[in-house]
Ligand binder design. Structure first.
Ligand SMILES: [Zn+2]
Length: 144
């Protein structure tokens, strides 16, 4: 089944200015493995005023990464709950294949932990974000 990426008109305009690595992560990993028929993009760019609004409504202080760019460095994708096993698998795969920042190894490209306004997967990249070297199933570097 082909999973459709759903963008409203604002998000469609922003999508063309999203960092190429994020587009690759969404189109090559997320969409082919997504457990729903649509992947609905709910947030790309947010103005400082929109960030402030989230802070006031939720008490959750946004990191500010949605206000960086273009190229935009964060994308939120709607999910139905915070504990969907299929979504969790996609998130784990993204983080296995991509490293957010070699200097901050605990930071992740894909986040699926309760935060913000409603259940969603948060994807982010940094200037140092890169694909990890290919690994075998035993976790050893692949011989070239
Ligand atoms: Zn986000």
């Amino acid at each position: 089944m082909r999973v459709l990426l759903a963008l409203d008109s604002r998000r469609a305009q922003e999508w063309v200015r999203v960092d190429a690595r994020l587009i690759s992560i969404v189109t090559r990993i997320l969409l082919p493995n997504w457990p729903m028929s649509h992947a609905i993009v709910t947030s790309i760019y947010r103005s400082p005023a929109e960030e402030e609004d989230i802070y006031e409504k939720t008490g959750y202080k946004p990191s500010g990464i949605h206000s960086v760019g273009p190229p935009f460095r964060a994308v939120d994708i709607h999910v139905l709950s915070w504990d969907d096993e299929g979504v969790m698998k996609v998130v784990q795969r993204i983080n296995r294949e991509w490293q957010y920042d070699v200097k901050r190894p605990r930071m992740r490209v894909a986040l699926y932990v309760p935060h913000g306004t409603a259940p969603h997967v948060h994807l982010q990249v940094h200037p140092r974000t890169m694909r990890r070297p290919a690994v075998t199933e035993r976790g050893l570097p692949e011989e070239v």
